[in-house]
Design a protein around this ligand. Structure first.
Ligand SMILES: [Cu+2]
Length: 290
């Protein structure tokens, strides 16, 4: 596929925008709900609280954590997400590899990071549930303007605790072929399930960006391809950003956004396309929040 000359710059700009909104963070917060839950039969879902700051990422609630679903509260302005490491691969390798995929992307390093980790999601300033699929070593991370930052890693024990998926208002599903499925309409204030199907084969995240009513996915794509020389994308203020999910993972996200039309997009860099963000390859779908 021919890459328009403006695209590289456009990619950089869009990425910078996406990253800026994902700023770093972390700070300790109260142990809160999970810790306070009583030890009654239907075991309470553990509660992690995370915040990224310029100094690092603080997470509370990881002591003695078992695999399974947890409630996650993220404070501050940066997205905090979690990653599990395969044997022989760890936080240092992850940071080194991911940070080699910037404006120019070292595809080999990106692929190594994807192949040796399980990214299980996270969120930006709000509440979510994420699933630690199995026992192992995990770490929080945050992607900011200066690249990826990881917090202290921690152990999760097995076997997974059983817990139900919380009630959701609808789903956003990343499918094979860089396509979105799921609800075409959601309440403006609610909870969605974000599922990255195993068959998608690559990590994805969800960026919901409010657009001028009537905007089509093709128009959003054209605005990216036009780059800085073209008209600005038809974006309004409503916006939501989740952490990434490896193929086969899912999470739930609580949100409260202005009603309107939104472009659902993913800007995860594609190792088969020199690190081009998925949205630039057409992973854009318009949905309505009512
Ligand atoms: Cu993606």
């Amino acid at each position: 596929m021919h890459v328009p000359t403006g695209l590289r710059r456009a990619v950089a700009i869009v990425c910078a925008t996406a990253l800026a909104s994902t700023p770093v963070l972390l700070a300790p917060t109260t142990a809160g709900a999970s810790g306070a839950a009583t030890a009654s039969a239907p075991a309470a879902m553990p509660h992690l609280t995370a915040k990224a700051t310029k100094r690092g990422i603080n997470v509370k609630g990881t002591d003695g954590l078992r695999a399974g679903r947890v409630h996650l509260t993220v404070k501050g302005s940066a997205t905090v997400e979690f990653v599990g490491f395969d044997e022989g691969y760890g936080p240092d390798e992850f940071v080194a590899d991911v940070n080699k995929c910037g404006e120019k992307c070292n595809v080999k390093a990106l692929r190594r990071a994807i192949d040796n980790t399980t990214i299980i999601g996270g969120t930006t300033a709000g509440d979510a549930t994420i699933v630690f699929p199995k026992a192992g070593t995990y770490a929080p991370f945050s992607v900011g303007e200066r690249g990826v930052v990881v917090g202290r890693s921690f152990s999760v024990s097995g076997p997974p605790r059983q817990s139900k998926t919380p009630r959701v208002d609808g789903s956003i599903i990343a499918k094979k072929g860089l396509a979105w499925g799921g609800a075409s309409s959601l309440p403006a204030d609610g909870r969605f399930l974000f599922k990255n199907r195993r068959s998608s084969g690559v990590p994805h995240f969800v960026e919901m960006q409010q657009v001028v009513e009537g905007t089509t996915a093709d128009q959003v794509l054209e605005s990216f391809q036009a780059g800085p020389a073209g008209p600005p994308p038809p974006f309004l203020e409503g916006r939501l950003l989740t952490g990434s999910l490896s193929a086969g993972q899912s999470m739930t996200v609580d949100y409260d956004l202005p009603p309107g039309h939104y472009a659902v997009m993913c800007f995860f860099p594609d190792p088969d396309m020199k690190g081009m963000p998925h949205a630039f390859m057409g992973m854009i779908r318009i949905i309505e929040l009512t």
